[in-house]
Each structure stands twice: as structure tokens, then as C-alpha cells.
Design a protein around this ligand. Sequence first.
Ligand SMILES: [Zn+2]
Length: 235
Amino acid sequence: MTLQEIIDGSDNIVFFGGAGVSTESGIPDFRSVDGLYNQKYDYPPETILSHTFFIDKTEEFYKFYRDKLIVKNVQPNKAHTALAKLEKKGKLKAVITQNIDGLHQLAGSKNALELHGSTLRNYCMDCGKFYDVDYIASNTGVPKCECGGIVKPDVVLYEEMLNDDTISKSVKFISEADTLIIGGTSLNVYPAAGFINYFGGRYMVIINKASTPADKQAKLVINEPIGEVLGKLKI
Ligand SMILES: [Zn+2]
């Protein structure tokens, strides 16, 4: 069966995606060879992007965060657009993403579950007041709330728990789906691999440039860039 045939025959599709979905928008994959993990900083990105580091060395955290994680002037690509279209047609029920760039919503997706949060949302750690990404980007040093509290990105850092509500919603959508499309993720990183085990529907499709540990479980594996693949669909 082709991807087009699977999509034409399904009205309960769930998409599970990772960094590869945004690389075609020019956002570097954290874990790719050219990605963040191989760039020169005093500490490895896993250390800088941890809860402990945020608390202990907030200013250094923000130096890295502004430099590497806030990506300006990026646009959704064909993958984001195709998924938003599928949702609008009533065929796709949820996008579950590990990305923190907000591009699914920008493309028009209404039900995007962000497992790792979003750089677009930031909150005062003391009073909870909301701040947008421009507030973080346009400041230097540690961004402070008008109450004096430190503003923290709504991004799940290393050592931090994922949001319970987002987890249970994601599990529910995956377990009820008829078709699960997994895209732009190597499925090597927690919790991605665990989530897809809740799928009990008919068609698991994997679209990723490299092979993944779940390839054997899938009905269809496509090793091409996801924007190109989804961009070719007739929706
Ligand atoms: Zn405050």
C-alpha cells in the first residue's frame, strides 16, 4: 500500500514527530552530526539545558538558549502544512511533537501536543505571568518579571518531568488511532520509543531519513525527507 492509499482510507490518523520535521524549515536537529551537540560551548548542551544548570547558572543558560534555541524568522514547511490540512479535513486527530518551535500551530494545526513544551511560551517562576518569545529574545541577561521573579521558558529541560496532561492525551490519541504516522524522529530518545507501543491500529507508517528501531513494526517505511513526502500527497 502507498502512503496516499493509507491516508485516503483512514479518518483517525495521529502524527508523532521529532526534530526531522523542522529541519526542512532550517531548524538544526539537536542530535544530528552538525547539530547542537557538536558545537563548541563550555558545557555540553545536555548540561546547559538541564534544570540544575538553569537554577545554578541562569545567565549562562540564557546565553546559550538565546543563541541556539530561539530561532527567528522560520516558517512551517510542507510537512507542517500537509498535517494541518489533514486535520482540517477531519482525517488527522492530533499532532504529537517533540519539537519546541511552535511551527505546527503556525501552519494551522489546532490539536498539537507539545511533549517538550514551547519556546514561544515563558512564565514568571514567582507569579506565573506569561511572557512571549520576543520578551526573552529582546532582553539580555536573565529575563525578569515586573514582580522581580525570573522568567523561565515553558520548555521541558533535562531532569524535568513531562507534563502529565500532555502525556495522557498523547497516549489516548495514539491508542485510539487507526493510522499512526511517525516522522522525523530516530525513536532513540525517551519518551518517543515508549509512546508508539500504545498504538494498536491498522497502519503504522515511518517517514525518516535513517532507519529506526520500530521499522520492523511498521507497515510502511519511507526513508526520505518528510516535507517532500507529505508535500506530494493529495489532500
Ligand atoms: Zn512575576
